[in-house]
Design a protein. Structure first.
Length: 707
């Protein structure tokens, strides 16, 4: 079996024989909301908001704080992998946003969403062994497909088809005084720092950024991170910028009187469309129209100030082939006198290729039956206009997902449905720091933006809960939440899920830089250790690492010395200890880490220094926010309107679903069945002392946590 290995639940034959007589649900939907914070949801529900979540809580079961414990690090790919396998990162092998394998160069990282990195069997693979069918929709770590007789809709990134668009988003600005057309392409950022990742690349070699981090007090020159520091770069706008001259329309077949024209570069600058500013009956310019050519009788699309166009259907030539595409524009500014305008053009959707759909025709089917999807805007943020465009675009994306999911579930046989939506986590990274009164004069506006993404998510949840019937159960979960930056502290330069930090380990002398061509690079000949990704430190070991200098005989002593120095390190601004705890390779096994994809040291930061979520504990709280993952279960076979005292972990979800449906448990699952949520008496569900559990199930009793 692909990616499977013997684990806690024995062979596939044993788990295939799991007793289906005890099943209480025929189907299960897992609705994943990346970054959803139970503390925030509790607050909104108490205020009479989020009726969908209130409905789920009233009808189902949750814990006392609505939360459950993430695996560490509390980052997207490891946790969704655990929610798909029931295994800890040491077992399934995905240990951060980017992955690293011992023995590779220490600055070479692999993209953590890749299902090829999974070393544990997924629940949909286990279902397939029993002849059951699954639909996996935009679920991280699920692509490339692992099951032949299943439906997959992407899973390579945070949004469906994010890596499959055919042209980047753009902002067009036209003015009468412009004399030439200027095109400025966006800067590709494949670190994942904006919760996005472009193109086909699945590995990267980290490079030293030329940027310095001001205001923290380091003495190390360069004071830089490799790739980018995700939290520090999250405010950088990104889009192709087009500056186009605006002049009286000439040579048009059907341009209205007084119209003004401008050029519209498309298809990565390889083609031109043509635009008109059109005046109303009062002579005020009020519409932007996009045409395929000056001889076209009708525009491809149009919109007025503050409006989105309908879908613009076009054809792009890509490598000699004509590809049908779709996109929208949204007018940002339009001078009534006709002297200037600005409009946003969305990511351009390929309507034909279906690159990230399996079977491949599923994409074309969804675009035909449901319509095109609108990728959420990423062109700018932290200004009201751009924030509004982001909210509007992400709302439409969520609405499309509801329609597309319902179409697939209505028209295909299925037993298991897994999906994930990433809006809350993206908004956490973009806006959460600005929601505190001490951090921003506009904190109330940012608080409202955070509420809006929860409101959009609430509607998404509510629409899918309408599918519940007597035979279907639903689990509403998140992988982690996130905390806002404490305005009294700065983020220390250690712990960056997108690359390597130099700051603290540079200050302590373990990471050394050298100048090269006017910039810096790591001097591996003098570097003892590096802080890599969110929570790991790697020694540069002879015989293991290609550029190693640490004698293996000195390994244990060096690890102990680094841990001592981390505990002794104090934040230069506040004098506080930065590191909450640090573990060597042996000790990190107690938190589910270890193996070839973990570092030599694992550490967690104190809550005041956590970067949103990546390097804090899942039970950390700070200034009204938490790191807890969300847990709600309801529907067939689940108790109604109850709160359980048990501590739930993300690894418990898969064994519970399998028990609830009488399905095989994935071979490598390590969590326990959450018996306390199941309908029926405790005596019925929990095996008596001394009696074996059903084949393939770990024994869990009382209110204790999973195995």
């Amino acid at each position: 079996m692909a990616n499977g290995k013997d684990g806690a639940h024995g062979s596939s034959n044993n788990s295939d024989n799991n007793n289906s007589i005890n099943s209480k649900a025929k189907k299960v939907m897992l609705l994943g909301l990346d970054g959803a914070d139970p503390a925030v949801i509790r607050k909104y529900v108490a205020e009479g908001k989020l009726p969908g979540f209130k409905r789920a809580l009233d009808a189902g079961v949750t814990t006392s704080d609505l939360g459950m414990q993430s695996v560490l690090p509390a980052i997207t790919p490891p946790n969704w992998a655990s929610i798909a396998t029931g295994a800890y990162p040491a077992t399934h092998g995905i240990t951060c946003f980017w992955n690293h394998t011992l023995g590779n160069e220490l600055d070479v990282l692999d993209y953590g969403f890749d299902s090829g990195l999974l070393k544990a069997e997924t629940i949909w693979q286990a279902y397939a062994r029993a002849g059951k069918k699954s639909i996996i929709f935009n679920y991280p770590t699920s692509w490339p497909p692992q099951v032949e007789d299943a439906i997959y809709v992407d899973g390579t990134s945070i949004y469906t088809n994010l890596r499959g668009y055919i042209d980047y988003e753009k902002v067009y600005e036209g003015r009468a005084e412009y004399t030439e057309l200027i095109e400025i392409p966006h800067v590709v950022d494949n670190t994942g720092a904006n919760c996005r990742f472009e193109g086909e690349e699945t590995s990267q070699k980290a490079e030293i950024s030329k940027d310095t981090y001001e205001g923290y007090g380091y003495t190390q020159p360069g004071l830089v991170t490799t790739t980018q520091d995700g939290e520090l770069s999250a405010d950088v706008p990104t889009a192709d910028q087009i500056y186009t001259p605006l002049r009286p329309a000439e040579g048009w077949t059907s341009a209205p009187a007084g119209a003004r024209e401008f050029a519209v570069p498309v298809n990565n600058g390889q083609a031109r469309r043509y635009g008109l500013l059109v005046a109303d009956e009062q002579g005020q310019y009020s519409r932007i129209q996009i045409y395929a050519s000056k001889t076209a009788a009708e525009p491809l699309g149009e919109a007025g100030p503050g409006e989105w166009s309908g879908w613009i259907y076009d054809t792009y030539s890509i490598e000699g082939a004509d590809i049908p595409v779709a996109y929208k524009i949204r007018v940002l500014e339009l001078d009534p006198a006709g002297n200037s305008f600005k409009f946003y053009a969305s990511y351009v959707l390929d309507l034909k290729t279906g690159k990230y759909f399996y079977p491949q025709n599923i994409g074309e089917e969804l675009y035909s039956k449901v319509g095109p999807m609108l990728q959420p805007s990423n062109y700018s943020r932290l200004n009201p206009q751009a924030d509004q465009v982001l909210l509007e675009s992400i709302e439409e994306m969520y609405s499309w997902h509801v329609d597309a999911i319902n179409h697939l579930l209505d028209n295909n046989e299925w037993d298991l449905f897994y999906t994930h939506m990433h809006g809350i986590d993206m908004f956490n990274h973009f806006y959460l720091d600005h929601t505190l009164p001490a951090a921003s004069a506009e904190y109330e506006r940012y608080q409202e933006i955070i509420y809006k993404i929860y409101e959009i998510s609430d509607r998404f949840i509510s629409a899918l809960l309408d599918r519940l019937d007597g035979g279907t159960a639903a689990f509403i979960v998140s992988d982690h939440a996130g905390v806002a930056k404490n305005p009294e502290t700065d983020h220390p330069l250690i712990g960056d899920m997108w690359g390597i930090n130099v700051g603290i380990l540079g200050d302590l002398g373990y990471t050394q830089l050298k100048e090269s061509g006017g910039s810096y690079e790591i001097d591996w000949s003098r570097t003892t250790a590096v802080a890599q990704r969110a929570t790991f430190i790697y020694l540069n070991v002879k015989g293991r690492d290609p550029q190693g200098i640490v004698d293996p005989a000195e390994y244990d002593k060096t690890v102990a010395k680094i841990i001592d120095d981390l505990y002794s390190y104090r934040d230069p601004k506040t004098g506080r200890r930065v590191i909450s705890f640090a573990l060597n390779r042996n000790d990190m096994e107690v938190v589910g880490l270890g193996g070839e994809n973990s570092g030599d040291i694992f550490y967690i930061l104190e809550p005041d220094f956590t970067r949103c979520h990546g390097n804090g504990l899942s039970n950390h709280t700070l200034l009204g926010y938490s790191m807890r993952a969300l847990f709600i279960a309801l529907g067939a076979g689940v108790k109604s309107g109850e709160v359980i005292g048990r501590k739930v972990k993300v690894v418990d979800i898969v064994p519970t679903i399998c028990h609830l449906t009488g399905s095989p448990v994935p071979e490598n699952a390590e969590g326990g069945i959450i018996y306390q949520i199941l309908a029926g008496s405790a005596e019925e569900e929990i095996p008596a002392a001394g009696q074996p559990a059903e084949a393939g199930e770990p024994v869990t009793a009382g209110t204790g946590g999973g195995a």
